[in-house]
Design a protein around this ligand. Structure first.
Ligand code: GDP
Length: 424
């Protein structure tokens, strides 16, 4: 039996979904342990191209059981739409291969409304939310003011609980934001409609996982965002509202006693960041445009152009340490074929001093990148499948990165398709 977490080392969008889709061939179970439908994991395989938002990326593998753990933000409406869209392309999704934790809390329509209202209030100081209700949802969860999925099986209890929450939530909606209140009927209709559709998938997944572990099944934990967006360790407050790091995987999955045998950290061969917040090595103008186009850097969920720049060694080394990565999957190396020289941000200058240490978030705004260049390889590498066939300059780039981030690079991805990678 082995347990492995696949996590992002940077700001997200590193290609985690692509790596989970690839590596699930060796696992029996895939668990999403945090976050909601606010990100998108792109997967390309024999069924087509998908942007998965809440469904675990093991959903395409026959025989793999996919679990949405207690740590996720469970939006019943968007999950149902996603299930329908994926099933339409011939992927079977049944209670046998998808299980939802009865302890997962529900994102309710008022969370989405409040996310929108607060971003609107913040104007140019906004956090860059995807407006899926995630921040209001997790705030409510920590205030113990959410509904757990399992309550759908206890209608009388649910009705009383909903009434109390509604009374409280409407105070904020009408008093703070001058917005329309919700009514019991609106909420009951919503929960009735989607609850009935999704109830067959909801069960005690903690119990199921304990049995799976006892039977020696191997479990893959799938993170939703990168280390730098982690609530506690990221670029607060421009983080997500949950813990995306590997250490949280056992807690958010429903198997708090799980030990991780392996942590695969996914790093992009250059940097991208979607939304607001400090991004030290950001490029602007035509240089940025060229890299953005070469890597097709547009958000899988929102279509927003991603901010781009050279690989940031300072941030990446910090991400590797924070995740406790045991091996790295370096993705999108093929995209760098468009450059004659490959830029690398090796250090920051903060307050006139060079540093290799990732600074406290408030100091990031004034940090400046120190850029060095490595030789480019000047040819297409997207069909290369072995290490020896990679141009020596590309090998040198990979070897340089692994040396400075202090973690072995076990996989090099050279295309979005399942088989477009090199194992080292
Ligand atoms: P995730 O959220 O970490 O799963 O990443 P996203 O799906 O948001 O973004 C990664 C993007 O890069 C997707 O469009 C993938 O299809 C694509 N991708 C992943 N690996 C590679 C690669 O090695 N080369 C290229 N060209 N594209 C890749």
């Amino acid at each position: 039996m082995k347990n492995c977490a696949i996590v992002g080392i940077n700001w997200g969008d590193e290609g985690k979904g692509r790596m989970v889709d690839l590596l699930t061939q060796d696992y029996d179970v895939v668990v999403r342990y945090q976050g909601g439908g606010n990100a998108g994991h792109t997967v390309i395989n024999e069924h087509g191209k998908f942007a998965l938002h809440l469904l675990p990326s093991g959903i395409f593998r026959p025989g793999v059981v996919n679990i949405l753990g207690n740590g996720v933000a469970l939006d019943l409406a968007s999950l149902w739409t996603e299930i329908e869209n994926v099933a339409e392309k011939g992927v079977p999704i049944t209670p046998d291969n998808l299980k939802i934790s009865d302890r997962a809390s529900l994102v309710l329509p008022w969370h989405i409304a409040l996310d929108e209202l607060e971003e609107h209030r913040l104007k140019d100081k906004k956090y860059g939310s995807t407006k899926q209700g995630i921040a209001p949802f997790y705030s409510d969860k920590y205030q113990k003011k959410t509904i757990q999925a399992g309550e759908l099986f206890y209608p009388d209890y649910l009705a009383r609980h909903l009434k109390d929450l509604l009374e409280w939530k409407n105070l904020t909606l009408t008093g703070v934001y001058d917005a329309q209140p919700y009514t019991t009927e609106m909420l009951c209709e919503y929960l009735h409609d989607y609850g009935n559709k999704l109830k067959p998938f909801i069960c005690d997944t903690g119990n199921w996982l304990r049995s799976a572990q006892a039977e020696g099944k191997s479990i893959l934990f799938e993170a939703q965002l990168g280390a730098l967006r982690d609530l506690d360790y990221g670029i607060y407050p421009y983080t997500t509202s949950s813990n995306a790091i590997a250490a949280y995987a056992p807690v958010g999955s429903g198997l708090p006693s799980a030990k991780l045998d392996e942590v695969v950290g996914v790093v992009k061969a250059y940097s991208t960041c979607v939304g607001e917040g400090p991004f030290v090595c950001e490029w602007f103008g035509s240089e940025a445009e060229k890299l953005r186009e070469a890597g097709f850097e547009y958000g899988a969920k929102t279509g927003r152009p991603r901010r781009v720049g050279p690989i940031d060694i300072v941030a990446t080394r910090y991400g590797v340490q924070t995740q406790g990565a045991t091996t790295i999957a370096l993705t999108k190396l093929d995209v760098l074929s468009c450059m004659d020289q490959i830029p690398v941000c090796t250090k920051y200058v903060v307050n006139g001093m060079e540093t290799e240490r990732f600074p406290f978030p408030a100091a990031l705004a004034d940090a400046k990148p120190v850029i060095e260049y490595l030789e480019g390889w000047g040819c297409d590498i997207s069909t290369v499948r072995t290490w020896d066939a990679l141009p020596k300059q590309a090998q040198a780039y990979v070897e340089y990165i692994e040396q400075v981030i202090e973690c072995h690079i076990g996989y090099v991805s050279v295309g979005p398709e399942r088989d477009a990678y090199i194992k080292r």
